[in-house]
Design a protein around this ligand. Structure first.
Ligand SMILES: NC(=O)N[C@@H](CC(=O)O)C(=O)O
Ligand SMILES: [Zn+2]
Ligand SMILES: [Zn+2]
Length: 352
């Protein structure tokens, strides 16, 4: 039997799917990510959404101003695709290094998606431009057809929307965000070798299945979109994340909401995992006997897809473990609940 490692040194990871929000919420949650991650793809679903270069610049400035002193964290900005997106403005933002990607929210698919795209045909000129200049499209991959069962919305999206999209735009680079099903894993594997598809996997979808949402009563803090699926899907995601294939990479989809908005008759979708993101992934990789593959998933595969260099510096994790924090104060009596709050995790970040 090999001895368990006590310390783990990793090239500093990045978070390729993150919600930072704005104002007091941003100031409360950003330090957690900035402590661990070198960069993050920052989601644009604010109210109002970040739809153009002017808003993205202002949002980036707000994020930079909220960083702890001396932090080297870099936000990578995204544009929220709408029926009215201006392709020239996006292209200028990409050329100037402001935009790293464009985000597709099918209208009403998830939190703050009311301005999302109603029909992909409307944005055809924008997608053509993106494929021409190499600007990646990030997708929330769920159909919004209310006739489709919520647990099937991702799998149906792959057939009805994503496969035709990849065919119609043969050079468009796409990231399927927050994959939750074995169908998504198979889809990404099938297209992965073309080099044009990436896929983020969250820590929580590696840890919970749909039964956890109802364990002993309804668990609003485990509600997110796409919703957690059956156990067989969780196991497929674990094999994908830990299997060493380069098209799967870390994206927490950490999505903070005030506790009151979660613990409600109509609770918001989103799980706040940023406080212990890398610790959660380390735990999963160790359980799968794949700690040696954590660095590729967390720190190398994402930059390779985005054609960026990996981070130069490193973080150190130690087996002494940690306890996921108590609710994090935001403003007045508003707080946000960390995933696994109060529970013990096996690893802790000690340097970085
Ligand atoms: N994942 C979620 O459940 N919620 C995200 C939106 C999203 O990523 O779909 C949010 O902004 O709260
Ligand atoms: Zn989403
Ligand atoms: Zn998200």
């Amino acid at each position: 039997m090999t001895e368990q490692p006590q310390r783990l040194t990793l090239r500093r990871p990045d978070d390729w799917h993150l919600h930072l929000r704005s104002g007091a919420m941003l100031r409360a949650v950003l330090p957690f990510t900035a402590r661990q991650m070198g960069r993050a793809i920052v989601m644009p679903n604010l109210l109002p959404p970040v739809t153009d270069t002017a808003r993205a610049r202002a949002y980036r400035d707000e994020i930079l101003a909220a960083l702890p002193p001396g932090s080297g964290f870099r936000p990578l900005m995204t544009a929220y695709l709408t029926d009215h997106t201006d392709a020239d403005d996006l292209a200028a933002g990409f050329r100037d290094g402001l935009f790293t990607a464009v985000k597709l929210y099918p209208q009403h698919a998830t939190t703050n998606s009311a301005h999302g795209v109603t029909d992909l045909r409307t944005v055809a000129p924008v997608l053509e431009r993106m494929q021409e200049i190499g600007l990646p499209l990030l997708v929330h991959g769920e159909v919004t057809d209310p006739a489709v069962d919520i647990f099937d919305r991702e799998a149906v999206f792959l057939d009805r929307v994503l496969e035709p999209l990849l065919q119609r735009y043969p050079a468009l680079r796409v990231v399927l965000e927050h994959a939750t099903t074995e169908e998504a894993v198979a889809f990404v594997r099938r297209h992965g070798p073309s080099g044009r598809i990436g896929c983020t996997i969250t820590a929580h979808h590696l840890m919970i299945n749909r039964s956890h949402l109802f364990a002993g009563g309804i668990r609003p803090h485990l509600y997110c979109l796409p919703i957690a699926k059956r156990e067989k899907h969780r196991l497929a995601l674990r094999r994908a994340a830990t299997g060493g294939e380069p098209w799967f990479f870390l994206g927490t989809d950490s999505a903070p909401h005030p506790v009151g908005a979660k613990e409600s008759a109509c609770g918001c979708a989103g799980i706040f995992t940023a406080a212990t993101a890398i610790e959660l992934y380390a735990q999963v990789f160790e359980e799968e006997g794949a700690l040696d593959r954590l660095e590729a998933f967390a720190s190398l595969n994402g930059p390779a897809f985005y054609r960026l260099p990996p981070n130069d510096d490193r973080i150190v994790l130690e087996r002494s473990g940690t306890v996921a924090p108590e609710p994090v104060a935001v403003d007045g009596n508003i707080a946000v609940m960390p995933f696994r709050s109060g529970e013990r995790l096996d690893w802790r970040v000690v340097e970085g």
